[in-house]
Every structure is written in structure tokens, then in C-alpha cells.
Design a protein around this ligand. Structure first.
Ligand code: ZN
Length: 317
């Protein structure tokens, strides 16, 4: 997936653009259906507290515009940048909009304390005087994504993105939570939601323009379930299903049987681990692979499929 599939598809896409000879691979078939290839890993989405889920998803830009359009802002001449905590003007200058002050101590690891001037709210008092439905931009930063989705329900553009996050189980994150505090699994899901958001926006635009259907993206994920709880695996599955429903292709390297059982097509490698493996043992739908005689995955897959079938029948009752 990393060394062959990804570069091969990337080359095929490049070649299509410049119609040249990217002949690293002799034959790549099926890439015509793909418009982009994207690897989604668990690496952090931001290294400083200047990045938050709100800024990463660009939904914070929309919120800032909303605050700039309020009558008080117009009278005072506050533009959207006034409501940014990353540029001078509206932010608290004591902490430079970080809400925290770094304490450097000899012989001790540096630690952070809430800024005394803004009491962790990142903005100066004048900016915080601007209220929308009785809440300042500082209050909004303190909201969970779920609360914010409710709060901005009258603004479809903002609410749509926030609802996507709620649907994918990230509603408990705070809009202003510093990105470095997110877990690898949360960062990965946030990246996937950015992709879903792009699909939703594009679909909305194209419905208006009556253009052809959105192009398909190839998503590559390596063991996305590492470090995830059972409930989170289910949420991840929901996101992956949504991507596929929108016409994209998702390829996952995985040992987790709950993910394997939900695939449309499995390539089972083995038969053993390490030097004894690496060969294709079985291919096909989960039901077909589960019946395979040699595959080490088959008996476990059978159990998982049987269990899934039982829980589904129970749901119907
Ligand atoms: Zn401050």
C-alpha cells in the first residue's frame, strides 16, 4: 500500500495532468476512476495551541465572519480578523491569544498557567464585549462542538460542519481545544471529517450547478483502530462507510476483525506471519473468505460475522 499502490496511483494522476511519461510502473489499471489519493494517519494536526478543531476545519473562519457582521462590530469597525486569537488586534496581548503563559523554570520541565489578564479567554475585553445571543467569541471557544452545533443552528454553513463532527462522535471536543492535546485517533477522525466536509460542500455546489458527480478519492489507512476503544471503532466505521457511500474508495490495512468484517472485499495475506507470510491466501467478500480452508483469518471472521448477524437480528426484534 505504501510502497507500490500509493506511488503508482500518484504517478498515474500526475501523468494524466502533464500527459508525460511517468513510467515508474508499467501498468496501473483502474486509476482513471480516481481523482486524488490521500493517506490518513494518526499524526497530530497541529503542534501549538494556535491550532484547534475549529481552526483546522475552517469553521472558526465562518464564526469570525458572523461576529464581524453584528451591529456592534459594524459600529466599531471590527472585521473578522478582530476575532482571531492568532493575530494582533482583538486578542489578549499578554498571552498573545494563547490563553496560557509558559513558565520556564530551571531544572524543571516548563509548564503552563492560565493567563491572568484574560483568565484563559484569549481575547481582550473590548472584543469580548461583542455578543451573539449573549455569548462572546471567548465563550464560543469554550463550547463543546455539540453545544456549538445547537448554538449556531440558524447558520447552515457553520452548523453543517459542526453536525458532521457530532455525527462522527467528536461532539465532545471543545472548539478551542488546543490540537496537540488530541489523541492520535481523534486527529485521524478529524482528518476524515475534513474529507467528508469537502464531499458535502462539493455535492451541495454541484447540485446547484448540475455538474457531474463528485470525483472519487482513494483513501489509504494503516491500522486506524490502534489505540481506539470499541465504541470509537464503531464511529470510525461510520465515517469510512460514509466516504464509500459518497463514491470514494477506502483501503485499510487492518487486523481488527470488526473492520475486516465490514469490508466489501478482503485480500488476506499469510499464511503465517513474517517470513512465512506475504502471500495472498484468500480474496473476496467477508463471507467468501470466512469459508476458506487455509486462511488463518477465516475461523475468526466466521465468529465475527455470526456475532454481527445475531446482534442485527436482535436489533430487529
Ligand atoms: Zn491572555
Amino acid at each position: 500500500m505504501h510502497d507500490i499502490l500509493w506511488p503508482a496511483v500518484r504517478d498515474a494522476l500526475e501523468e494524466r495532468k502533464r500527459a508525460g511519461n511517468g513510467d515508474l510502473f508499467k501498468l496501473v489499471s483502474g486509476a482513471d476512476e480516481i481523482e486524488a489519493v490521500y493517506e490518513v494517519d494518526q499524526s497530530p494536526i497541529g503542534k501549538t495551541s494556535r491550532s484547534t478543531p475549529g481552526t483546522y476545519l475552517k469553521v472558526f473562519d465562518e464564526i469570525r465572519c458572523l461576529y464581524a457582521q453584528l451591529p456592534v462590530s459594524r459600529v466599531r469597525g471590527y472585521s473578522a480578523s478582530r476575532f482571531s486569537f492568532n493575530t494582533a488586534g482583538g486578542r489578549c496581548e499578554t498571552c498573545k491569544g494563547q490563553g496560557v503563559i509558559k513558565l520556564e523554570m530551571n531544572f524543571l520541565p516548563s509548564s503552563y498557567v492560565p493567563c491572568e489578564d484574560c483568565r484563559g479567554r484569549r481575547y481582550n475585553p473590548q472584543t469580548l464585549e461583542v455578543l451573539y445571543n449573549n455569548k462572546s467569541i471567548g465563550d464560543v471557544m469554550e463550547m463543546t462542538i455539540e453545544e456549538a452545533a445547537q448554538f449556531f443552528s440558524a447558520h447552515p454553513k457553520i452548523a453543517r460542519t459542526l453536525s458532521l463532527l457530532v455525527d462522527t462522535g467528536l461532539g465532545y471536543l471543545k472548539l478551542g481545544q488546543p490540537s496537540p492535546t488530541l489523541s492520535g485517533g481523534e486527529a485521524q477522525r478529524l482528518k476524515l471529517v475534513t474529507q467528508l466536509k469537502r464531499g458535502v460542500n462539493r455535492a451541495a455546489n454541484e447540485r446547484i450547478r448540475k455538474m457531474r458527480k463528485p470525483g472519487s478519492t482513494l483513501y489509504l489507512l494503516e491500522e486506524p483502530t490502534i489505540g481506539l476503544h470499541m465504541a470509537d471503532v464503531e464511529l470510525l466505521l461510520n465515517v469510512l462507510h460514509r466516504l464509500v457511500d459518497e463514491g470514494n474508495t477506502v483501503i485499510v490495512i487492518e487486523h481488527n476483525l470488526d473492520i475486516i468484517a465490514e469490508a466489501d472485499y478482503i485480500v488476506d495475506l499469510g499464511p503465517e506471519a513474517g517470513a512465512e507470510g506475504g502471500r495472498v491466501v484468500a480474496v473476496g467478500t467477508p463471507e467468501a473468505v470466512a469459508k476458506h480452508r487455509i486462511s488463518r483469518t477465516a475461523p475468526f471472521l466466521r465468529d465475527t460475522l455470526r456475532r454481527n448477524k445475531l446482534t442485527r437480528t436482535n436489533h430487529i426484534h
